[in-house]
Write a protein that binds this ligand. Structure first.
Ligand SMILES: C[S@@+](CC[C@H](N)C(=O)[O-])C[C@H]1O[C@@H](n2cnc3c(N)ncnc32)[C@H](O)[C@@H]1O
Length: 264
């Protein structure tokens, strides 16, 4: 939770979104949001997907963004005020805590890369399910494996950060690829009471400046100490050189899955 509450996300995340904005239509298009529906956006981050869902459900509908991060939620609130949207609210909450989300019960729960960070995933998804109406639906985007997402460079920096601690007994590993395995994901969702689990995979390429992926502030958020910054920067430069285009932009291959499930 400390990781997501780092104030530096306020400047890092808007850059990172240039990589993932292209995925939002894949998430929303198949969701068939109807005017008047109530939607819960889990791990809503800077609120872009929350605002997009609010447009889809119209003035008679309502969307709540739930996120554990104060800085991310501050960014979402700034954007909501700027857009003048009033059918949206945000709640700072850990989805693993069982805290009630104000504004429910919801017709739909959605998430763009906000559901892979639970070390008790069955508990978190059961909490999420409890916020839905009896005929509720769930749809989220998660990453396929790291092998299919070579842009994710964190493994090459292992020598510069403290070794990661294995999960405590009974806890699950978390991180961007925590739901990369289809069978594991289905078992979590079924364990949390969801049914009709369906997974569709996509591979796209996105052109973005390199700092959508990494810059010195991002390296700081990842815990690279100042004394290793130069070496870490060099290692990353070598790794990301393969994505560089003659235009100066980088072309990143993104492999993700959209997962659907139902409460019945
Ligand atoms: C990869 S970001 C995605 C943000 C946003 N959905 C987007 O697509 O830009 C993951 C988000 O999940 C949130 N998150 C992580 N663990 C959470 C938890 N236990 N409960 C609620 N939100 C959580 C983080 O704070 C972060 O905003």
């Amino acid at each position: 939770m400390e990781y997501w509450n780092d104030e530096r996300w306020l400047t890092v995340w808007p850059k990172r979104e240039r990589l993932t904005d292209a995925i939002t239509p894949f998430l929303l298009d198949g969701m068939a949001l109807q005017p008047g529906e109530r939607v819960l956006d889990v791990g809503s981050g800077g609120g872009k997907t929350t605002l997009a869902a609010a447009r889809a459900v119209g003035a008679g509908g309502f969307v709540v963004g739930a996120d554990v991060s104060e800085p991310m939620t501050e960014l979402a609130l700034q954007r909501t005020r700027h857009a003048g949207v009033d059918n949206v609210a945000f709640q700072i909450v850990d989805m693993q805590s069982g805290e009630r989300i104000e504004g429910g019960p919801f017709d739909v729960a959605m998430s763009q890369f906000g559901v892979m960070f639970f070390d008790e995933p069955i508990v978190a998804f059961a909490n999420l399910r409890a916020q839905l109406k009896p005929n509720g639906r769930l749809r989220f985007a998660c990453w396929q494996s790291n092998a299919k997402n070579p842009w994710f460079f964190a493994p090459i920096l292992a020598e510069f950060v403290s070794p990661s601690v294995p999960p405590a007994p009974g806890k699950s590993p978390t991180g961007p690829f925590a739901l990369a395995d289809p069978a594991w994901t289905a078992s979590i969702l079924e364990g949390a009471g969801f049914s009709a689990v369906r997974r569709t995979t996509f591979e796209i390429e996105v052109d973005a400046p390199q700092d959508a992926l990494v810059d010195d502030v991002q390296l700081g958020v990842m815990g690279i100490p100042n004394e290793h910054l130069e070496k870490a920067r060099d290692a990353v430069e070598t790794h990301v050189a393969r994505f560089k285009q003659p235009s100066g932009q980088s072309r990143f291959p993104l492999a993700f899955a959209i997962v659907d499930a139902s409460t019945v």
